[in-house]
Design a protein around this ligand. Structure first.
Ligand code: M6R
Length: 366
């Protein structure tokens, strides 16, 4: 049942070239420049005319929502708010008719998300579900939706469901932005091709994970980790920290890299591993300066970097490489080494990576 892998988590990480491919299949037609998503197509007006989009989710799905905020604001020019379902639910939020709510959930059964949607629906919002589990409560409650087609996810840590969510949300942003006229044709075409290339690039990352295993063993006894990123990679820093906490029980925090100097930099000493998600994008020079700031304080720097980068490897203590990609697509790649890092740290510590203590696969209590 684990397909020859020691754990479901590792199997599910390695399934990602296939699950992302399945998610894109029949939807992304790069050749003809089309995206076929009937749930979006049938409600295109609702999206195009939305005064704002509110994304509601928990945990890893909330991180996918943050990436979607960057995508939708850049490509569709619609203001986006990303809400923790539990907070959104209990504070009597302002929701108007015409507001579009995107609910993101692997299980489709998360109680906080479900209850948040019920009350938003009563207030006249249009609910769009990005869900993995077919026929689940959230998919039934939604007015429309798009499944992630990631297949059953057994490991408590969400991995392949997350990249499925990113793939769906990226296609949505592209489709809506193109229909709305807020994305120019060249960039649209370029991003379609870039998205289509993701499964092969993920395969490349997974071909040789020995460097990540070595890094995991080197840092497994650290008591804290900091994860930093900017732009599209900021939510990936949060996700890397969450994965490590869940699987290895090491305290970890994710931050936007520039926020570091507003507090967390006080934590840096020669014992602290700092993971930078530092791929080649429009923030690259800024991130290089942030790496220097950590090195100057003797922190241990581990970077997710773009293959071929000749600056970062000379500065960092350890590097995990990913293939080059447009920055809007990069999260689909840069998260993979972080999933593997947490897996191998948990493994090196002899922990139950598929069923971490105190956690349930779906949180059906509020
Ligand atoms: O099923 P959902 O996507 O609604 O679940 C949300 C969170 O409970 C979930 O992502 C959780 O944070 C995972 N354990 C993360 O790995």
């Amino acid at each position: 049942e684990k397909g020859g892998y020691d754990h479901f988590m590792l199997k599910e990480i390695h399934e990602q070239p296939d699950t992302i491919f399945d998610c894109l299949r029949g939807r992304l037609l790069a050749q003809s420049g089309q995206i076929m998503m009937s749930g979006v197509e049938n409600h295109l007006d609702a999206f195009i005319n939305a005064p704002r989009i509110i994304i509601v989710a928990c945990g890893t799905s909330w991180h996918a929502g943050l990436v979607a905020e960057y995508l939708i604001e850049e490509l569709c020019r619609i203001p986006v708010e990303v809400e923790y379902a539990s907070e959104f639910r209990y504070r009597n939020p302002v929701v108007h008719k015409g507001d579009v709510i995107i609910a993101i959930s692997q299980s489709g059964e998360t109680a906080d998300t479900l209850v948040a949607l019920e009350s938003a629906k009563e207030n006249g919002a249009f609910i769009f579900g990005v869900v993995n589990a077919v026929g689940s409560s959230i998919s039934r409650l939604s007015h429309a939706g798009a499944y992630t087609h990631s297949g059953p996810e057994i490991g408590v840590a969400s991995t392949k469901a997350f990249t499925g969510q990113l793939a769906v949300l990226t296609m949505m942003a592209l489709k809506i932005g193109f229909a709305k006229g807020t994305i120019d044709e060249t960039r649209y075409q370029h991003l379609l091709v870039e998205l289509e290339a993701v499964p092969e690039k993920v395969k490349e990352i997974l071909k040789d994970t020995s460097a990540i295993e070595r890094i995991a063993k080197k840092y497994k006894d650290a008591s804290d980790f900091l994860f930093l990123g900017r732009g599209y990679n900021f939510p990936i820093a949060l996700e890397g920290a969450l994965k490590l906490k869940e699987i290895s029980y090491i305290h970890a925090e994710g931050y936007p890299a520039a926020e570091m100097k507003h507090g967390p930099i006080a934590l840096v000493d020669d014992q602290l591993p700092v993971v930078f998600v530092a791929t080649k994008d429009s923030y690259y020079q800024k991130i290089v300066s942030n790496v220097q700031e950590i090195k100057a304080r003797k922190g241990k720097v581990i970077c997710v970097a773009t293959a071929g980068d000749d600056v970062i490897p000379g500065m960092a203590d350890d590097v995990m490489l990913v293939p080059d990609a447009d920055e809007a697509i990069a999260p689909l790649l840069s998260v993979i080494p972080l999933q593997l890092l947490s897996y191998y740290v948990g493994l090196a510590k002899g922990l139950d990576v598929d069923k971490p203590r105190n956690l349930a696969k779906s949180v059906t209590v509020e």
